[in-house]
Design a protein around this ligand. Structure first.
Ligand code: PLP
Length: 501
């Protein structure tokens, strides 16, 4: 028979919660303090990680002491992770996590609000609305826009894309769907440098990746505006239906910024939805010296930005902004009979694909206030300056070839001094050499870069979205790359390499 009072195995008494929690916070504080002494990553292979985890162990029938469990989980993660909060992590576009965001996530979990509906999360929903307004304010976007927090850049872009599809298709896509000859004529325009989210968007929305017009780029890897204009006009002439142009504010590979002001003009002339993917570089529009090309994102119909990139929020936090809030509701809202909310307030389930939603905004809201606008301007400007300094340092080294520099991304490669004169076989070898160099550098734990392929050349890529990186860290990098580069070259260089003048 069931007792009047339940004893449940998942509960934790307040004393235990306090002790375990304090211990965890102590360990996290120690880790953050000691990060520079750790390798960025242990570079272990999948079998090593599975072994450390004891991955084949079956689910236990009987429960385990929570203090022991938390210690074990902390050991596993501290001993076998790549630390993207390490001062020398410059891979991909993954930022160091703001400590206040770490605490914010703990608080958000403790309150466990369902921000799908306002009445289930009154304060949390209002904090999210305020966070969206503040983000819009940073970008110069109207603060009465529609917007919400999502998992990241992909979802933020896809949410905006869905709003565009419904607004511009010319029929009710949500009801009728995408089939028939009209549907097959919808066209998407973006540069060849656009992040792969656009393929997922075209694919998941049923439009199809064949309907993406990949517009070539100029020598700075920005969308070629003349080709864009000509392509739209040519497509319209043959009865196709352009509906969206996507400009990128900071491309994933090199940080290139499309001329958003010119794209805006074309979109207005041709009555197309203008979306800006600002997942990486959008926040740079807050800087006092931001270019007019970048600032024009404030005029777009929609913008995606990623607080888990350049606002240093712990994963996950993306943000979709749509100028006309009604366009978001028209793309997502349904009113089933089992929802009776009663209050006139924002119900986020009407603004995006999720129903039950967590409280992602809290960590962003806290960080925005801790640093303030000026604090963020300073941190972004410093990241940009560090990338610029790296570019200059690399350019001074005889055996390093500097490629691009934009926002906080610098690209370069290792070129042994006797291989300066290129031929196809030299280029092929340099790609092989730099690919291996990158793998070894990543596994070494000394610093972490990723790569960009520019005109078929494999380059090393440093992207600094890291408030822990100092000038000393940047100054140390060329020497590390040169050492590993020389070592790899000595091992890999083919005996006969066709070096032509
Ligand atoms: C320009 C751009 N768009 C979209 C994304 C996707 O963002 P997320 O990885 O947060 O989904 C990225 C990621 O690096 C990006 O750089």
């Amino acid at each position: 028979m069931m007792k009047k009072q339940r004893t449940v195995p998942i509960e934790m008494n307040p004393g235990a919660f306090r002790t375990i929690g304090h211990h965890l916070v102590d360990r996290i504080a120690d880790l953050l303090d000691s990060l520079p002494e750790h390798p960025v990553t242990t570079g272990e292979a999948p079998p090593d990680i599975r072994k450390a985890l004891d991955a084949s162990r079956l689910l236990p029938d009987i429960g385990t002491d929570p203090a022991q469990l938390m210690n074990h989980a902390t050991d596993l993660l501290f001993d076998h992770s790549l630390f993207n909060s390490h001062p020398r992590f410059w891979g991909y576009i993954t930022s160091a996590a703001a400590p206040i965001g770490i605490l914010g996530d703990l608080l958000a979990s403790a309150i466990n609000q369902n921000t799908g509906a306002w009445f289930l999360s009154p304060m949390a929903s209002e904090i999210e609305a305020q966070t969206v307004r503040w983000i819009a304010e940073l970008l110069g976007f109207p603060t009465d826009c529609g917007g919400l927090l999502v998992s990241g850049g992909n979802m933020a872009n896809i949410v905006c894309f869905l709003a565009a599809r419904q607004a511009k298709a010319g029929w009710d896509v949500r009801v009728i769907g995408l089939h028939g000859s009209k549907a097959q004529q919808l066209r998407i325009y973006c540069s060849k440098e656009t992040h792969t989210w656009v393929q997922k968007a075209a694919d998941m929305t049923g439009i199809g990746t064949n309907n993406i017009r990949w517009i070539p780029t100029d020598k700075e890897l920005r969308m070629d505006i003349e080709i864009l204009r000509d392509q739209i006009r040519a497509d319209k002439k043959t009865g196709e239906q352009p509906f969206i142009v996507i400009g990128t504010a900071g491309s994933v590979s090199t940080g290139a910024i499309d001329d958003l002001a010119e794209i805006l003009k074309i979109c207005r002339e041709e009555e197309l939805w203008f979306h800006v993917d600002g997942a990486y570089g959008g926040f740079a529009a807050m800087l006092p010296d931001a270019s007019p090309e970048l600032r024009a994102l404030s005029q777009a119909d929609s913008v995606a930005v990623d607080p888990h990139k350049w606002l240093y929020a712990p994963l996950e936090a993306g943000c979709a902004l749509v100028r006309d809030p009604e366009k978001l509701r028209e793309a997502f809202a349904y009113h089933p009979p089992y929802y009776h909310f009663g209050v006139e307030a924002i119900n986020y389930l009407d603004y995006g694909p999720q129903n039950s939603r967590g409280f992602r905004a809290l960590k962003v809201w806290l960080a925005l206030q801790q640093a303030g606008r000026k604090g963020y301007e300073q941190m972004l400007a410093d990241d940009i300056q560090l990338a610029k300094t790296l570019h200059e340092l690399v350019a001074q080294e005889l055996e390093l070839e500097a490629f691009t520099y934009s926002l906080s991304i610098t690209t370069f490669r290792y070129v042994p001094s006797d291989l300066k004169i290129t031929s196809d076989s030299v280029e092929e070898y340099l790609n092989q050499l730099n690919t291996e160099l990158l793998t070894r550098l990543q596994n070494s734990g000394e610093a972490y870069l990723s790569n960009a392929v520019i005109d078929g050349k494999f380059t090393l890529r440093a992207c600094i979205v890291n408030f822990r990186t100092s000038l000393a860290d940047i100054e140390a990098l060329p020497e590390i790359v040169l050492r590993i580069g020389r070592e790899v070259d000595a091992e890999l260089r083919p005996e006969r390499l066709d070096i032509k003048g």
